[in-house]
Design a binder for this molecule. Sequence first.
Ligand code: HEM
Ligand SMILES: *[C@@H]1O[C@H](CO)[C@@H](O)[C@H](O)[C@H]1NC(C)=O
Ligand SMILES: *[C@@H]1O[C@H](CO)[C@@H](O)[C@H](O)[C@H]1NC(C)=O
Length: 341
Amino acid sequence: MPMINTKKIQSMSSPRGVLVSLFFLFLLLLLLPCTTYAKLRLHYYHNTCPNVESIVRAAVEKKFRQTFVTAPATLRLFFHDCFVRGCDASIMLSSRKNTAEKENSDNLSLAGDGFDTVIKAKEAVDSVSGCRNKVSCADILAMAARDVIALTGGPSYSVELGRLDGRISTKASVGNHLPHPDHRLNQLKTMFASHGLTLTHLVALSGAHTIGFSHCSRFSKRVYNFQSKTRIDPTLNLAYAKQLKQLCPRNVDPRIAINMDPTTPHTFDNAYFKNLQQGKGLFTSDQALFIDPTSRKIVNRFASNSTAFEHAFVAAITKLGRVGVKTGNEGEIRHDCTLVN
Ligand code: HEM
Ligand SMILES: *[C@@H]1O[C@H](CO)[C@@H](O)[C@H](O)[C@H]1NC(C)=O
Ligand SMILES: *[C@@H]1O[C@H](CO)[C@@H](O)[C@H](O)[C@H]1NC(C)=O
């Protein structure tokens, strides 16, 4: 109707129209940070440091030969980095007053070998004159995570690069950003969705628990005092629960950590999903994936088809690597991964 059209045109030049336009501009600006991942690309350092991937791989392999923990520690460090303030290596920053992300209580369990892997790889990159201070710590962490997956028998994939390092790291920002082993599916789904990750991404990425260790305190409630009447979590396989009690007696040394995958703890495979089918998910958050019928379907698919798991994992970790990426003047290329420039 012509009447309405004129009104619309008039309103554009009115103060209200300006407000409306400003509102949309604001919305657009809000959306921008989510789309900056588009700037990530393969071979980002082709002109600045063409051999960066082989330099990083050699450093990671060397560290892996020294200790297996290199693999799970680096992979988990990448996940935590991306979930807190985006994949910007802010997790690597230390602070004088213990206020940085890594000083959060969850760090108790971030093995130092993950940090060390990135520091060693950065040293190796910077020892090549042309590459010095050209490659971000965030990208080195993304490459190192890719390398440890391949080193433990998982899929090889091309890693997107072009992240800048963040300048801010606070313990407080860890707050509600990391999933908890007691979380149920809905809480996990919400948390992953807030980073643009779907249920399939969540299930695939949880498969990372096919390697690595957990401290007893993270699941002991499930075998000792689940509820006043039923001591043991009924979703746990009983034989596995008994095994867990043996590995983690009451008042166990808090430094003791056990394998998260009881079958092939050193291999990045789909055993994690087969374990879930048998009630052998170590955390409530693991077993939860097999309780809900929708996610159970995905678990069953990954358990019976390792190719399907590998494809889904690569897609999911690529998506994870785009979370909150910093470009332009939002970040920098740190000279020392533990300090802002
Ligand atoms: C879905 C929600 C998740 C929860 C609740 C969770 C929780 C945990 C907890 C409690 C531990 C044991 C830490 C310890 O006691 O030392 C752990 C270990 C680990 N997590 Fe997760 N995690 C989740 C998702 C992920 C994802 C998405 C990845 C990577 C893609 C990942 C990789 C790892 C690895 C590799 C370890 C072993 C660390 C080591 O051995 O040093 N986790 N996780
Ligand atoms: C946090 O991680 C750093 C680096 O590995 C380590 O030096 C520090 O002791 C850890 N903090 C806690 C509370 O474990
Ligand atoms: C396993 O998954 C792959 C990749 O999704 C698919 O191409 C293949 O057909 C699947 N195999 C079976 C036996 O379902």
